[in-house]
Design a protein around this ligand. Structure first.
Ligand code: NAP
Length: 325
């Protein structure tokens, strides 16, 4: 690679521009990586548009919380040429992120990409797909099985939601996809949803019990509604806040139905959990799933427009970033 390379730089909150950077500008400690692909998550959309306070470092700042790349200079843990993946862990929040052709990244959460997952697939998955996988693992741990009854996925057309629908369906669950985008209901059935319904709205503290489990990527009123609809000893894996961060509920689902509210934080997931999740994904991902969820691949220049659409809840599936495009 030439001495300088392209990066999307935030000069201030919500002010992105593509600039040429040199390796000397990267600083930091860890592995020097040529970025093959990144992706666009809701958190990236908040950072790039300035709609949310995601960046904890100083400006100018390179955003982007996911990357797959090739190690350039080996260090103790990785050899030159290794294909590595990093999702969250402070990337694009506390330290410079993935929207660049080259980056120095700490090795704390850096993993070798399983050989049977192509680099492009890993970024179709990214933080969103991994969060869906963690959610499924949490439901399994709490005894939600395909035999327990229907499971509901909220924010279903988004990144977390799409993978949750596809992974649960592949595992044999009967999936109800709740999505505000009727235009994407066929897409969701294509991913394996048995039924599509509108976004859930809160009603009474306890509604007729309908679902044995849930992956809630929306939060707010959506999560309150899910809690009221879970069967006895059902569980919801909660990861999102696109519908709001305030949760108005009562104790009744917990004390009268033994419902479990399972928090998911992909950002700080321990290394062993990450390895487990990528291992499960190795077995579950397939070409039709990836092709269906992969909405498109964009260049660094195109990132801000996709981020603005995502904040307006107009995107579906997953956008990959190719910084060399
Ligand atoms: N905890 C974690 O570790 C973790 C990891 C990744 C993401 N997240 C969070 O999970 C959420 C989803 O992330 P993502 O990357 O999948 O984003 P995304 O692709 O933008 O998906 C979000 C989806 O939420 C739904 N939604 C948006 N606004 C809504 C509203 N006002 N009311 C109800 N539903 C609404 C939409 O689905 P429909 O149009 O289909 O209803 C939208 O597609 C975000 O809040 C993100 O911050 C958390």
């Amino acid at each position: 690679m030439a001495d300088s390379f392209n990066a999307l730089v935030l000069t201030a909150p919500g002010s992105p521009e593509v600039r040429r950077l040199s390796e000397a500008a990267l600083g930091g400690e860890g592995a020097l990586v040529d970025v093959l692909y990144s992706s666009i998550n809701y958190k990236d959309a908040l950072a790039v548009t300035g709609a949310g306070k995601i960046v904890r470092g100083t400006y100018p700042f390179v955003p982007g919380i996911d990357l797959v790349g090739r190690v350039v200079g080996g260090n103790g843990d990785f050899a030159a040429g290794d294909t590595v993946v990093l999702t969250g862990g402070g990337l694009g929040e506390r330290f410079w992120g993935a929207y660049t052709e080259r980056q120095v990244v700490p090795s704390t959460y850096l993993l070798k990409l399983p050989a049977d997952i192509p680099p492009l697939w890993s970024m179709v998955v990214g933080t969103a797909g991994l969060t869906a996988m963690y959610s499924v693992l949490a439901l399994e741990t709490h005894g939600v099985t395909p035999e327990s009854g229907d499971v509901v996925v909220t924010g279903a057309s988004g990144g977390v939601g799409s993978f949750a629908v596809a992974l649960l369906a592949k595992l044999g669950y009967t999936v109800v996809a709740a999505s505000g985008k009727r235009a994407q209901w066929d897409y969701l059935r294509g991913l394996g949803a048995a039924q599509t319904i509108d976004r859930l709205r809160p009603g009474r503290a306890l509604e007729s019990a309908r679902f044995s489990g849930a992956v809630d990527a929306a939060g707010g009123d959506s999560l309150a509604a899910v809690l009221s609809l879970l069967k006895r000893h059902g569980s919801v894996a909660a990861s999102g806040n696109a519908a709001g961060h305030v949760l108005n509920t009562t104790v009744f689902p917990f004390i009268l139905r033994g419902v479990n509210l399972l928090g998911i934080d992909s950002n700080t997931a321990p290394r062993a959990r990450r390895v487990e999740a990528w291992g499960r994904l190795s077995a579950l991902l397939d070409e039709p799933m990836i092709r269906a969820i992969h909405t498109g691949t964009v260049s660094l220049v195109e990132i801000p427009a996709v981020c603005a659409s995502m904040i307006a809840a107009e995107t579906h599936g997953r956008h990959v970033v190719n910084p060399a495009m």
